[in-house]
Each structure stands twice: as C-alpha cells, then as structure tokens.
Design a protein around this ligand. Structure first.
Ligand SMILES: CC(C)(COP(=O)(O)OP(=O)(O)OC[C@H]1O[C@@H](n2cnc3c(N)ncnc32)[C@H](O)[C@@H]1OP(=O)(O)O)[C@@H](O)C(=O)NCCC(=O)NCCS
Length: 159
C-alpha cells in the first residue's frame, strides 16, 4: 500500500499530457489521442484532473457537465499503482466538482468485463441501468451504462 498523503489533484495542464499518454496506452484498449487530451485543457463544459504523487503523474480523470448531467469521460491510474485508492480519489473529486457546479445526476459507460471499475463506481453510488451491445469498436465488447441520480444530495461515502 502506498502512502497517499502526498497525492494531489490538479486541473489538467499541458505538461501533464506526455505522462498521461504513457498511462493511457496501457489503461485503455481504445486510447485517447493527444488531441483529445489537449481538448480537455480548454473544454468549455469539462473538468479534468491530473493526480500527482510526489510530483509524478499517476492518474487522471475527466467529466463533462452537460446541462444538469455529469458525464464521466475517462478515469485511469498507472498500472503499478492501482488498488491504492487513487482511482476512487479522482472520482470523488470529479463528483464533488460536478456537484459544486450544480449537476444533479451523473452517468458513465464502462466495459462489461471491467469488473474492478464497475465495483469502484458502485461503491460511489452508481448503479447499472442498461447495456449497450457491442459498443466498443476495438473488440465489440458490451458497454454497461451506469447512473447516479440525486448527485445534488450525494455525499462522499464513508469507508
Ligand atoms: C479502474 C481504475 C481507474 C481503478 O483505479 P484504482 O486506483 O486501482 O482504484 P482504487 O484503488 O481507488 O479502488 C477503489 C475500490 O474500487 C474497487 N476496485 C478497483 N479496482 C478493482 C479491481 N481490479 N478488482 C476489484 N475491485 C476493484 C474496490 O472496491 C476498491 O476498493 P479496495 O481496494 O479497498 O477493495 C484502474 O483500475 C484503471 O486505471 N483501470 C484501467 C482504466 C479503466 O478501466 N478505467 C475505467 C474506464 S470506465
């Protein structure tokens, strides 16, 4: 278990992107391009956080705020540092940021086989509401759609 006392979350900055791309290659079967991350630097409806441990980029996650809905766009943690609570912390900060900005619900899609991520989201208050057959183009995997209603009343779950 790593000591997360020095974990910091910052809004995405240009200098984080090279390290994010390295993590993304490993974390995502259909990796985002450099351009996609760059778009998050100035996305009018986006909040994107980089997680830094002792100054090193170890994870990231983003949300789009669409009217009243917080759509989680991505979350990933450097492979060797998983299961230390970093992904959960990124999600908590994204949800807090969305709630502060007046969002009342949150949704995301996740690969049906991504049991760990589904468990993480369920632990935060999301529930599976639907499946999209063959949603992911790289391997035709189904997507599970998850929703959290009443984000306006949501509080970070106590562990
Ligand atoms: C999903 C991901 C972001 C989770 O990050 P993480 O830092 O490892 O997650 P955390 O340590 O905060 O986990 C919090 C809880 O989520 C659940 N969880 C996370 N990963 C899990 C796994 N592989 N298996 C089972 N449960 C898991 C557990 O309940 C865990 O609590 P615990 O460790 O006390 O049991 C990380 O595995 C990752 O980067 N995966 C690749 C990218 C990805 O799949 N992103 C999601 C796309 S929708």
């Amino acid at each position: 278990m790593h000591d997360l006392k020095t974990l910091r979350l910052e809004r995405l900055r240009e200098e984080h992107i090279p390290a994010i791309l390295q993590i993304e290659k490993v974390a995502n079967g259909a990796p985002w391009s450099e351009r996609s991350f760059r778009n998050e630097l100035s996305h009018p409806h986006g909040v994107f956080f980089t997680a830094l441990l002792e100054g090193k980029v170890v994870g990231y996650g983003g949300v789009w705020l669409l009217v009243d809905e917080a759509h989680i766009t991505t979350v990933a943690v450097e492979e060797t540092l998983r299961r230390n609570g970093i992904g959960r912390r990124i999600m908590l900060d994204l949800l807090k940021a969305a709630k502060e900005r007046g969002m009342t619900c949150s949704t995301l899609e996740v690969r049906a086989g991504n049991v760990g991520a589904i468990k993480l989201y369920e632990g935060l208050g999301y529930a599976v509401t639907a499946t999209r057959k063959g949603y992911y183009p790289d391997n035709k995997e189904d997507a599970v759609v998850m929703w959290m209603y009443e984000l306006d009343k949501w509080e970070p779950p106590i562990r």
